[in-house]
Design a protein around this ligand. Structure first.
Ligand SMILES: O=C(O)CCC(=O)C(=O)O
Ligand SMILES: [Fe+2]
Length: 302
């Protein structure tokens, strides 16, 4: 592993960094050990340009999309009042599916979670654009979504990748990470400022991290510079995903998308028959891929 860099804010060892194409086993090791790693130059300019154009057009056509409306004041505060978030990406525009199913990112998630499942699901795929004046996001673990009973230990159950679509800087809200915090004995322990490092990135760089590591979006202290990223979260295929993707990407839309995308959305089974277990996610005890691809209605007959 290359020597860890220092952050712009101090002498703390920073997020381990690797240039694409990286030696993936070393990246995997770094994420498991430290909680996070950056791979620079991974997502190509063509996909980024397509995504930026399509998400811009989508936001422009949906004026209400620029503020949180979760139904919970506390959760809205967490989401950020000056932050634009867009989920359900594969249903909204073509590049959304290509981003959530980015081959190297999905392969990484599968390797990370392989010891505990036979396939992974997209838990969430969200564009996060932190706007000027936004305050720092509460530092958190994404695994908090599953409450206190998700086991904690060496093996992650959920993993994340944050793709930078603009520069991520100290001033515009680069993601902050408390390296090693997935190993802290007391799950309620807060990170001290000296334990937090910044994931400074250029467009196309990707921050890979375990969802049980403490992290959060930074404050945006610029006048006019949005910080745009897409955070992808993948969970073991038997765990309930955060986004309800079979509703946000309904069958009539999913049918037109490639299987590598729809499998991640839940139009697939988690198959543990190989270990004398069962199938999860079935429709009439069968693989939903069959029904989705048959072209027949998923409505009950009669
Ligand atoms: O925007 C970021 O840098 C992190 C966002 C995040 O962690 C979240 O919304 O859960
Ligand atoms: Fe998060």
């Amino acid at each position: 592993m290359p020597p860890a860099a220092t952050t712009p804010t101090g002498g703390v060892a920073g997020v381990p960094r690797f240039a694409a194409p990286p030696d993936w086993p070393t990246v995997d090791d770094a994420v498991l050990t430290h909680g996070a790693a950056v791979v620079t130059g991974l997502v190509d300019a063509d996909l980024r340009a397509r995504f930026n154009a399509e998400v811009d057009a989508w936001i422009a056509a949906h004026p209400g999309a620029d503020g949180p409306d979760s139904g919970s004041q506390l959760y809205d505060h967490f989401l950020g009042t000056r932050t634009v978030r867009v989920q359900g990406l594969p249903a909204k525009f073509a590049s959304g599916g290509d981003v959530v199913a980015h081959p190297e990112i999905v392969a990484w998630a599968n390797r990370m979670l392989a010891p505990i499942c036979t396939s992974v699901l997209l838990s969430a795929g969200e564009m996060v654009q932190i706007g000027p004046g936004e305050t720092p996001q509460y530092l958190h673990r994404d695994t908090d979504s599953w409450g206190p009973h998700l086991p904690r230990g060496e093996q992650p159950y959920v993993v994340n990748a944050m793709i930078a679509f603009t520069p991520f800087t100290e001033r515009n809200g680069a993601t902050r990470v408390a390296l090693g915090s997935h190993r802290w004995e007391d799950p309620a322990r807060r990170a001290k400022p000296s334990e937090v490092v910044l994931a400074v990135m250029e467009p196309g760089d990707v921050l890979f991290f375990r969802s049980d590591v403490i992290h959060g979006g930074g404050p945006n202290r610029t006048e006019d510079e949005g910080r745009r990223g897409v955070v992808l979260s993948y969970c073991a295929g038997w765990l309930r995903a955060m986004e309800n993707s079979v509703l946000s990407v309904p069958p009539e839309v999913a049918r037109r998308l490639p299987e590598r995308v729809t499998d991640l959305l839940g139009y697939s089974v988690h198959d543990w028959t190989v270990a004398r277990g069962g199938l999860l996610g079935v429709v009439d005890n069968a693989d939903p891929r069959r029904l989705l691809r048959s072209g027949s209605s998923m409505e009950p007959a009669g």
